[in-house]
Ligand binder design. Structure first.
Ligand SMILES: *Cc1c(COP(=O)(O)O)cnc(C)c1O
Length: 403
């Protein structure tokens, strides 16, 4: 039995079956490459689901985390510490000022904070939320109630929230759904878990206008799209639109768990003392990691290279002209390869065999979200290997059909 198989056996015996058994067991990483338990290396094009923005072992991130761990790991929110303040200052400045931040430990917690915040800010006449079909906001009950994926949501309901779903990008449906009794609209700029599906241009501006007209809060979930992934610090900045509440997580900590809920204007001060909290939220090590991520993106001018390399990645894949590829969607280093058959799982398996980590985000979409530090040479290494990977996956899919 291989080392991976041995670990999988131990995993299966003691971990809950909610993830299935992951096919690869990772041991270490350096740059954009990771090594598994049997010594095989992979070029990582998924970065722990758009999280490891600086790849693995980045000197700035490692230094920030080790130094902070040696100095002060935890304070709780009974005591303040400078890293948390510094990080909030940095985020507020990147967002153009006039905002306040609450720190959590994950994306779903950032959205739970947003849910409570907008409930607090709204009058009692407002009773319901609007969210989007196929949208994803997290796995805890509040965020799950807002999630437009019945298969993962409905087994755990009913929830104590009135949530109405509209198709993502459909302005007319949104206008219809949002009244002066709506508490908030929750939306992603690009639906990551639905297969990296962007809304049509102008959608966020329409959400802004509808929320302004009705007084509903505009909550933008940039948990996956934020922190440089799209070639902008935040995806909404490309549209010149500002939400009332912004949620962040994934790429923010470069792999350390941290989430943030940002309130603009009156939403920045809607929580009163005692309204919300988190024992671990904004802890010194996670905050130091996030500061290192933001500083590195800035100093290494990664936003420019994300745009350039993202375009290269999409053009190279499209250029293959493979019959299994219907389209390449997305923006920056965040792409969904829409397939012409439900072969995404095969592409993921064949890619791993060939030494590349990609993600079958839906049966027909392969998601790519590599570290923001990926190089041109690494992208070309992948796209040169892709025709063979797609050929093998297409054969696998044909075999499925014959069965
Ligand atoms: C991943 C994700 C979440 C949930 O984040 P967790 O850290 O897994 O709780 C919420 N919203 C979006 C858009 C996400 O991509």
């Amino acid at each position: 039995m291989s080392a991976t198989e041995q670990l999988q056996k131990r995993f299966e015996a003691v971990l809950m079956p909610n993830y299935g058994i992951p096919p690869v067991a990772l041991v270490r990483g350096e740059g954009c490459r990771v090594t598994d338990a049997d010594g095989k290396t992979y070029l990582d094009l998924i970065a722990g689901i758009a999280v490891s923005s600086l790849g693995y072992g980045h000197p700035a991130l490692v230094a920030a985390v080790t130094e902070q761990a040696a100095t002060l790991i935890h304070t709780s929110n009974l005591f303040l510490h400078e890293r948390e303040v510094e990080l909030a200052e940095k985020l507020v400045s990147l967002l153009g000022g006039s905002a306040r931040v609450f720190f959590a430990n994950s994306g779903t917690e950032a959205n739970e904070a947003a849910l409570k915040l907008v409930r607090r800010a709204a009058g009692p006449e407002r009773t319901y939320y609007v969210s989007t079909v196929a949208g994803f906001h997290g796995r805890t009950s509040g965020s799950l109630a807002l999630t437009g994926k019945p298969a993962i949501r409905d087994p755990f309901g009913p929830f104590n929230l009135d949530v109405r779903f509209v198709p993502h990008g459909d302005v007319a449906a949104l206008r219809e759904a949002v009244t002066d009794q709506c508490i908030a609209v929750f939306v992603e700029p690009v639906q990551g878990e639905a297969g990296v599906v962007p809304a049509r241009p102008g959608y966020l501006a329409a959400v802004r206008e509808i929320c302004d007209a009705t007084g509903a809060a505009f909550v933008l979930d940039e948990i996956q799209s934020g922190i440089g992934r799209t070639g902008h610090w935040f995806a909404h900045q490309a549209e010149g639109v500002r939400p009332d509440v912004l949620t962040l997580a994934k790429g923010l900590g470069g792999g350390l768990p941290i989430g943030a809920c940002v309130g603009f204007g009156r939403y920045g001060t809607a929580f009163a003392k005692g309204d919300h909290g988190s024992t671990f939220g904004g802890n010194p090590v996670a905050a130091a990691a996030a500061l290192a991520v933001l500083t590195t993106i800035e100093q290494d001018r990664l936003l420019e290279s994300v745009t350039e390399l993202g375009e290269l990645l999409a053009a190279e894949i499209t250029g293959i002209g493979h019959p299994l590829v219907a389209a390449v969607r997305g923006v920056g280093l965040w792409r969904g390869i829409q397939l012409t058959a439900p072969a995404a799982a095969h592409v993921q398996t064949r890619a791993a065999e060939a030494g590349f980590l990609v993600n079958a985000v839906t049966p027909e979409v392969v998601r790519l979200a590599p570290p923001l530090i990926i190089t041109r040479a690494e992208i070309l290494e992948f796209t040169r290997a892709l025709p063979d990977i797609l050929n093998a996956a297409a054969r696998d899919a044909e075999e499925d059909q014959r069965r």
